[in-house]
Design a protein around this ligand. Structure first.
Ligand code: GLP
Length: 260
């Protein structure tokens, strides 16, 4: 696992956007895995800028989002559909028939989940997946104790996640209890993964992800088993890492060919 520590959110976000744009220029029909939450927002802003100012082309990409709330329609302001159109899809030339987000309004959730897995496979698998991380180490909506081999399925949100996300809804009671999320096994199948985290409120999770034992109690720790996972964090999120100085030394002395 590569760990890169930046001075601030803006530097993390532009580096993450560069990882995406480098792939998209090398492979214009890349399959991109997107995430929601406040963490990737500045990265999407940077992608919008690169689209407008540097002709970053989304015309042939396919996208898959990690998750969606059950019971929220695409036009609900709190749905992840709504979020993705607002922060990215409305502003770039991505084809709407190549956008994939789990359907939170499905009448047949198991069939929808099965179909999502098949669509990922049919697209050739995800080339690059971005992740945020919950304070408890969840990725997508794979809460603690999720099977590390899980596939796309319905999950029940923990009280902590509902409380964390209540800021978008107004009240905890308005946050849906269920979601559809790519499984941890689904996420791990991506050829490359970048995980972003900002601020001290994520420092405990990041310490576990990078230096802790692999455990379903902190699902993001599974990334230690991924051959190409990069953790991009600011100083706050890095504040509890034991080998912080070593990660900085590695980054400072990277050979040029390894730089993005
Ligand atoms: C939600 C999303 C996750 C996200 C997490 C953290 O639970 N399903 O994908 O990583 O929130 O959100 P934030 O980035 O707002 O801290």
């Amino acid at each position: 696992m590569e760990v890169l520590i930046f001075d601030n959110e803006a530097d993390v976000s532009s580096y993450a956007a560069r990882i995406f744009s480098k792939l998209m220029r090398r492979k214009p029909d890349a399959v991109l895995g997107f995430a929601t939450g406040s963490t990737p927002e500045p990265m999407y802003a940077e992608m919008r800028r690169q689209h407008t100012e540097e002709s970053l082309d989304f015309g042939r990409v396919t996208t898959f989002n990690l998750d969606e709330y059950v019971g929220l329609a695409a036009d609900d302001r709190n749905s992840y559909h709504y979020y993705m159109w607002k922060v990215l899809f409305d502003h770039v030339n991505v084809r709407s028939d190549r956008i994939n987000i789990p359907d939170g309004m499905s009448n047949d959730v198991p069939a929808t989940c099965d179909d999502y897995e098949k669509r990922i496979q049919a697209a050739g698998g995800i080339d690059l997946q971005v992740l945020g991380v919950g304070g408890d180490g969840h990725i997508g909506f794979n809460e603690p104790t999720s099977s590390l081999a899980s596939r796309t399925r319905i999950r029940t949100l923990t009280q902590k996640t509902r409380e964390d996300n209540a800021r978008f809804f107004g009240a905890v009671s308005d946050v849906p209890r269920h979601c559809i999320t790519m499984g941890i096994g689904t996420i791990m199948d991506a050829r490359e993964i970048v995980l972003l985290a900002f601020g001290e409120r994520k420092a405990n999770a990041i310490r576990q992800v990078v230096e802790g034992p692999i455990s379903a109690m902190c699902p993001a720790t599974v990334l230690q088993l991924h051959a190409k996972a990069t953790v991009l964090i600011d100083k706050g999120a890095a504040s509890r890492l034991r080998l912080k100085e070593y990660y900085k030394e590695v980054a400072a002395n990277k050979p040029d060919w390894q730089r993005v």
